[in-house]
Design a protein around this ligand. Structure first.
Ligand code: NAD
Length: 360
């Protein structure tokens, strides 16, 4: 049963997924694409990354209407050396384009031991951990470097105005008979979408993430959405900036995609991603890899300081949130729900479909 507080609506995951499938089907996606998009967005919410969940629907629908995102396309193979594949996403919906890119990379890594997938020019590919999970589910280690070609919102370390976007990195590490380790974060102090969620909720963001247009630290999320604009800061000072720079070079330049070189010229949010997918089986290290990994996990978690589970592994917090949200529902703030409703109605989704999601 859906519950709501003053500003938050709780929606059950299956009902939300049904609604998202309906929105994208109605927008023109074929059944495979609408399933992939819905699965990805709802999974991002389930794992606590609301910044990359159903709140993205209004942007996607707007961009589809503008021809800045394209329905039902497959990545085009630009170069194929078997263990190195260069793909152009043709501005296709990233949830389906990146899924297909990973399918290709996984097949090749299982056959040859490793594969580098250079994906360029895809519309927004969402939560990058989703792609590391896809590789880990196939038993493969993977590294993903991503850049974002859109309006700059992040200041480089040492700078006072925005020059790049939130360039995320993800690493997936499968474990034996245990869920995988999933490292997945933006190289900015906070993901841009988390600032949007705070802005929509009317709450401040934690200190140390934002500067205003004068370069002064602030906790007010409006500096990213109202003029004069401020900027997000990289995480970890110079360290986050160096990693963000590497994403720009590896995902933006090396794949044949684009780096950020000025204000956005178009509304599309374009992602480029360099993925390195590796099979420990092919490397001949699988038994010791799993043994050493578990040895380190035990050793690291022995630093718990008396508190049960105080040392978490990357991916643990998302799994914990997922269990809670599967049981209780996904919280969506009312402003975001209004924006989703408008987007849904703009593609002709009937009001009763939106009401059904809330009543499930
Ligand atoms: P975050 O700051 O929440 O960090 C998440 C990472 O830290 C995860 O690997 C998580 O398991 C780990 N983690 C968190 N707490 C932990 C703890 N106590 N112990 C051990 N590990 C812990 O993530 P973020 O920077 O806000 O990024 C959110 C999402 O935004 C990510 O999924 C990212 O891929 C996505 N993103 C996408 C784009 C894009 O253009 N497509 C751009 C930026 C970010």
């Amino acid at each position: 049963m859906t519950q709501s507080s003053d500003n938050i609506i709780l929606v059950k995951a299956p009902a939300l997924k049904t609604l998202v499938v309906k929105i994208f089907s109605q927008a023109g996606s074929n059944p495979r694409e609408s399933e992939l998009v819905a699965d990805h967005l709802v999974e991002a919410n389930l794992r606590g990354h609301d910044s990359h969940g159903v709140g993205m629907i209004p942007l996607y629908i707007t961009n589809l209407g503008l021809g800045e995102a394209v329905l039902n396309v497959h990545p085009t193979v630009m170069r194929d050396l078997e263990t190195m594949v260069v793909l152009d996403g043709g501005l296709g919906l990233g949830q389906s384009i990146a899924h297909e890119a990973m399918e290709i990379g996984i097949k090749r890594a299982q056959k040859h031991g490793s594969c580098i997938v250079a994906l360029r020019n895809s519309h927004h590919i969402g939560r990058i951990g989703h792609w590391a999970e896809q590789c880990a589910d196939a038993g493969l280690v993977s590294l993903h470097f991503v850049n974002v070609v859109a309006e700059p919102v992040v200041a480089p370390y040492g700078g006072k105005v925005a020059r790049l976007v939130t360039n995320p990195v993800s690493i997936g590490i499968p474990r034996q008979e245990k869920p995988p380790v999933i490292v997945d974060f933006a190289t900015s102090k906070l993901a841009h979408g988390k600032i949007r969620v705070a802005y929509n909720k009317g709450v401040d963001v934690p200190e140390g993430a934002l500067i205003d247009s004068m370069g002064t630290p602030t906790t007010d999320p409006s500096v990213l959405f109202e003029d004069p604009k401020g900027a997000l800061l990289p995480f970890g000072d110079h360290k986050g900036w160096t990693l963000a720079f590497a994403c720009e070079a590896l995902a933006g330049a090396l794949t044949g995609g684009l780096t950020v070189k000025g204000p956005a010229k178009r509304p599309a949010v374009i992602n480029n991603m360099l993925s390195i997918i590796v099979s420990a089986d092919s490397m001949g290290t699988a038994p010791s890899f799993f043994q050493e990994l578990e040895g380190f996990v035990q050793w690291a978690q022995s630093a718990e300081n008396g508190q049960a589970s105080s040392v978490l592994l990357p991916g643990d917090p998302e799994r914990a949130t997922r269990s809670i949200r599967l049981a209780e529902g996904i919280p969506v703030d009312k402003m975001t729900w209004r924006q989703i409703t408008q987007a849904a109605e703009s593609v002709g989704v009937a009001e009763r479909a939106l009401a059904a999601a809330l009543e499930a």
